[in-house]
Design a protein. Sequence first.
Length: 471
Amino acid sequence: MKSTINDMAFRVWSYFLIFIVSLLVILWMLQITFLEPYYKASRTKNMTQIILEVEKAMQQEMDVDQKNRLGLLFARENMCAIVYNEQGINVLDVAVDMLGQSCNLNQLSSQSKHDFIELVDHSPNQEIDVPFRNEQFEQAMTFYAKSFEVDEEVYYVFVNAPMELLDSTVEILKKQFITVSVMVFTVGTTIALLLSRKLAYPIHSMNESAKRLARGDFDVKFKGEGYQEAIELSETLNYATEEFSKTNELRKDLVANVSHDIKTPLTMIKAYAEMIGDISGDDKELRKQHLQVILDETHHLEKLVNDMLSLSQYEAKVLEINETKFNLKDHITSTINLFQSKYNRFEVKCDSKIHVYADEIKMGQVLFNFINNAIKYNKKDGKIIVSVLKRNKYEVEISVIDEGEGISKEDQLYIWDRYAKINKHHHRKIDSSGLGLSIVSAICDATGSDYGVESELGKGSRFYYTLKIAK
């Protein structure tokens, strides 16, 4: 898989790389940059706790064990401390020179002791903290002094402690961190690369499948694996592919059927026009029959074109809806009368007092197409029932029921598509463009009317739609 800046695998890898580098930078700052400030804060805290231990020890008569415990405490923390009274006399000899020669307390003169004692007495909190650098050992240190009372006697504790890490310790930490960083970076980068490829593979695979689909290969299968989002996407794309395949089949049927419906009347018109010129030119009756056939085929061709134009306009939602109040039974009767010359087995079940509020012309097209479809697929001499029932106090449901062969559950999903043929065999029993149910669907969608079909194979069909009851 070729990686580019916009490639998913490259981007995922780069994000992981940024995360690893950021993590290493944070660790470097915590381990190296902030190590000394953290160490100094920790030393100050420990120094305060040790002084509290000295105060407690001074408040009671100390035995050898207590002195040894304080000595170990000072040794562990690498500090030295001495307690003086107000006269500058050493009253606690357990905390002696734990730093060896680097303990500056051993070098204090009597005057220096009294000067520090005076500074403590005049400080706000009776304590002082003086950082300095031991030039002999080239080490940062601190001098801390604090006063406290025991049995109304004032004592002063002086503490000397180094405040700087040994350079050797810092160097060891740096070398160790660099080694760990190289290992983490190498392993992390490798894992990130493998993970990015694994995450990107389903997308890459589905992209290749999509290219095949774009070239018209509807047998392609999308494979998603590795994580839930890829699996769900592949399922959605496979479903879309199936729908595209069905739509493609319907498109082919549409082209074939429309071509057939245009070619058939044109062929008939041409044939009968030639017959008039060659055969029936002088025979008035025969010529009249031939001319009628030409007129019928011209009418059918005109209806096909008009239906296709109307459907396009409805789907484009460019037509205005003009709703008026009208009597529903009169509306049904006038629509049925359009078919009486070709079909007369109708039964109407409708209360003559029901008035509805709708676009009478457009909803008349809906009823016309439902009846036309019922006639087309009804059994020979079968009855067609137009029934009206109140759904609720706001709307009525108009049903057109036939006694035809019925429609399977699978075919019911596609009967509203353009030129859908329920039995896949194109024929013209009566005047029909094959777009009737598509026009019904477009009109009902545009007007907000609920519509549908209920059917079982061998038991006929019921097509229905709803209208608002007029107040």
